[in-house]
Design a protein around this ligand. Sequence first.
Ligand SMILES: O=C(O)CCC(=O)C(=O)O
Ligand SMILES: [Fe+2]
Length: 314
Amino acid sequence: MALLKLPVIDLSLKNINPTSNSWITKCDEVTGALEEHGCFIATYDGVSQELEDRIFLASQELFNLPTEVKVLNTSDIDTPYDGYVGQIPVMPLYESLGIENATTTEGAENFTKLMWPSGNESFCTSVLMYSKAVVELDEIVMRMVAKSYGIEEHCESLLRSTVYLLRYNKYLCPNGNEENSVGIVPHTDKSVMTILHQKQVKGLQIETKDGQWIEVDPLPSSFIVMAGDACMAWTNGRIEAPNHKVIMEGNQERISLGLFTFIKGLKIEIPQKLIDEDNIQRFKEFDHIKYIHYIRYTNEGKTSKCPIKSYCGI
Ligand SMILES: O=C(O)CCC(=O)C(=O)O
Ligand SMILES: [Fe+2]
């Protein structure tokens, strides 16, 4: 295990000031971290301790539901992200549920009704409040990247077409059976960005460009901001989606929350500013939702080593 650490960048709302002289330096710090590692750790005060406690408490209620209820969380052709995932032979410790359009009242209510037909107001409110608070962090990061690259307008149109998936992940402890310590197998995310939050129990590992794995320590009020495949295409390969996995140790269960961003109703194309003689165009414009279909439903997409390249690479 590498002793490397990911950069920690303070993005607390109280310290964010886009009109300050040092703003562009801060934007370049964020963009540089993403270019180098594909991710960084943001300290962020937009989620209060109370909200954090609520959202993790809600996760216990959710995972405690009977499996026959949890499997009702399915996905469809318009929103083809995974629904309930669990009892997979290669990842026996892992269980997960995804809430589509988690930032909208309709999205949070639909999911809540599906899980608790007689209602669960507190769960629904927690999901909405948490998702909205984390979206704010996503928007800050996207705008910082856009500022560094001078592609602000392009970024605003992407933000207007962004939909959000909130995923609750639970990992059982391996109980000393270290051969079965895989929580989640190595993968890149298919999103534009993913914002992960882990509570107390570590387990997430990120692969560096030279093939070493970095363990991510849970820090208070911190979020892991990670680029997905779509970000790699959007930035013409400047920011690569990092490979990551979860390995469980010790005797504590682990809960994490991921907010994933997807673009709907607008094709993702590389801003002209990011294409020139030295940086030739590496990806064609593409539809993000169709890309998810490709990965989930086609053999080529399922087996490709780098699906974003095989889907829309030039
Ligand atoms: O649990 C984690 O920290 C990572 C989860 C993850 O990689 C994913 O949901 O795509
Ligand atoms: Fe992931």
